[in-house]
Design a protein around this ligand. Structure first.
Ligand SMILES: NC(=O)c1ccc[n+]([C@@H]2O[C@H](COP(=O)([O-])OP(=O)(O)OC[C@H]3O[C@@H](n4cnc5c(N)ncnc54)[C@H](O)[C@@H]3O)[C@@H](O)[C@H]2O)c1
Length: 511
């Protein structure tokens, strides 16, 4: 069992770094014009001392909850009409995954680049789905999509600077929203999301797919059943070498494999210093620790190494390519950031970020209790006592504690794909909750909190690793909020469609 898991892990890591949908290879890099005009870079604000100073006020905000979105069940939507914004590497994969779910109609598509809209439109037609309405051509074309009266869900898959703007606008226009990670870049943005979701009673889910990975769900099920005793500590991380990919630029006006459109992700790394991408490691650990549902984060302290790889990379590239002049003398973030968090009940969390060192992929995923623990990387391990379980015991634990959601759609999810299946489990579960009028597993408080670790870590790093208060986005309701359900006691009725196999060139990306 453990050997298989290791192979799976290795395969996923390879896929995560090398695979990209082929049709995007021919995409025109319209964003290059925007970058040349400074349009997009102007949207990525540099982190300044005054921005960071403002965080201290934002964390102290006393939030009086207007309406509790934790456990909130919106009216059931039997047919969920979806508009997808951002059809690059990840968004085009989302269109593919959603097309396998019964009761989903992808009725509108938007991207800055027409070629990206064309790609997803072509995919829909190739699998026999109706063409969607199209919006493209400028930074704000998405506003028209969000204003459409006949949409239920806005699914956002753009660069980070757009997430909060788009999600807030979606809710204000009467739509539920699901948004890629991180959903907010600043504490103020996180508050905007909370206030808007409570005011409009619209779901605002950050798409933290790692909460739906097989081992993470097994861990959660075991934790809920008390197998580890009291959970007292968790560790998570995003350790993934993206150095080449972050610096990769599209060649000859074409979108190259795995290049981030318009170098948007490099810009994030060149303007901020802290853990800029905390949610993958944090989400599953927070669920095991019942954060926002019985406990809350109190304090965070963060430390970063210096940068040893990004500035040298920039110099090397700039020596032959003037396009990198924008990044000359940038203060790239420190390579490894380590943040520690203390909770109200006296538990601890360590979360790490390193996307610029040569290394194997890891999210750590360590959950430790008074009677047992798990650790996922480099190989899945469980201990219910002082010894790690052997192969036979691991098999037994998998059989006994795999939660119902995995039993129901796990194998189908592996076939549909998306990071080994977890992306599809997430989409299927979210749509099923909407269709059955159930609360979503991740609500606005989770997305706001997990994303807020980025700006809080930036503040702490800039202030000699001093600790900073973590805002309570739940306005105190964490004391009584109930943990979300993972065993499909209700819902679970949505079918997975056996749709026409997409052409080989349209195979889904899983970056
Ligand atoms: N959860 C995961 O495992 C995972 C994996 C990869 C990426 N992501 C997230 O997905 C998001 C997108 O990442 P990606 O890798 O697809 O990047 P990408 O650069 O491949 O795609 C971004 C797309 O957004 C479009 N876009 C930019 N500004 C826009 C605007 N104003 N209006 C409409 N479209 C706009 C771009 O043209 C591009 O097609 C990011 O938030 C990233 O963090 C999550």
């Amino acid at each position: 069992m453990r050997i298989i898991n290791f192979i799976e892990l290795t395969r996923n890591s390879i896929i995560m770094t090398t695979n990209r949908r082929n049709f995007l290879k021919t995409a025109t890099f319209a964003g290059a014009g925007a970058m040349a005009s400074g349009l997009v870079s102007a949207c990525t604000p540099k982190q300044t001392e005054s921005n960071l100073a403002a965080i201290v006020d934002s964390v102290k905000k006393q939030h009086v909850q207007k309406f509790n979105m934790s456990g909130y069940a919106a009216p059931a939507i039997p047919i969920v009409r979806v508009g997808v914004i951002g059809l690059g590497d990840r968004g085009s994969g989302a269109v593919q995954r959603l097309s396998y779910i019964d009761g989903v109609e992808i009725t509108a598509l938007c991207d800055l680049r027409k070629v990206a809209v064309d790609g997803s439109q072509k995919y829909l037609t190739s699998v026999g789905k109706p063409a969607a309405r199209e919006f493209y051509g400028d930074d704000f074309a998405w506003k028209k999509l969000i204003e459409l009266p006949d949409l239920d869900l806005i699914y956002i898959v753009t660069p980070w600077i757009w997430h909060t703007k788009m999600a807030v606008s979606a809710m204000e226009n009467g739509k539920h929203t699901c948004c890629e990670v991180p959903i907010a870049r600043t504490i103020d943005e996180a508050w905007q999301l909370v206030e808007t979701s409570e005011k409009t009673k619209k779901h605002c889910m950050m798409l933290e797919n790692c909460c739906y990975d097989f081992f993470e769900l097994l861990t959660l099920n075991m934790a809920r059943q008390g197998m580890f005793g009291d959970i007292i500590h968790g560790e998570g991380a995003y350790i993934h070498n993206l150095l080449e990919m972050n610096f990769r630029k599209p060649q000859d006006d074409k979108q190259t494999d795995n290049a981030y459109t318009n170098l948007w992700r490099l810009r994030e790394n060149a303007t901020r210093n802290g853990n800029v991408y905390p949610t993958h490691g944090l989400g599953p650990v927070c669920q095991a620790l019942k954060i926002n549902r019985g406990d809350k984060m109190d304090l965070l302290s963060s430390v970063s190494t210096a940068d040893f790889s990004m500035a040298p990379k920039e110099k090397e590239l700039l020596s032959t390519d003037p396009m990198y002049a924008e990044f000359k003398d940038s203060h790239f973030r420190g390579n490894i950031n380590t943040s520690i968090i203390k909770t109200a009940l006296g538990k601890t969390i360590m979360v790490q970020h390193d996307t610029s060192s040569t290394q194997p992929y890891s999210r750590i995923h360590l959950v430790k209790g008074t009677k047992g623990m798990v650790c996922k990387y480099p190989i899945e391990h469980i201990a219910l006592g002082e010894e790690w379980a052997d192969e036979a015991k691991m098999k037994e634990l998998y059989e006994k504690y795999t939660p119902e959601i995995i039993k129901r759609v796990g194998e189908l999810a592996k076939k549909v794909g998306g990071h080994g299946g977890m992306d599809f489990i997430m989409d299927w579960r979210t749509i099923d909750c909407l269709r059955n009028g159930l609360p979503l597993d991740q609500n606005v408080y989770d997305g706001a909190l997990w994303s807020s670790i980025a700006p809080l870590s930036e503040w702490s790093v800039a202030n000699k690793s001093q600790s900073i208060e973590v805002p309570d986005f739940t306005g105190g309701s964490w004391k009584t909020n109930k943990p979300h359900e993972i065993n499909l006691e209700s819902g679970g009725t949505t079918k997975v469609l056996d749709i026409k196999e997409p052409e080989a060139e349209m195979q889904m990306n899983v970056k």
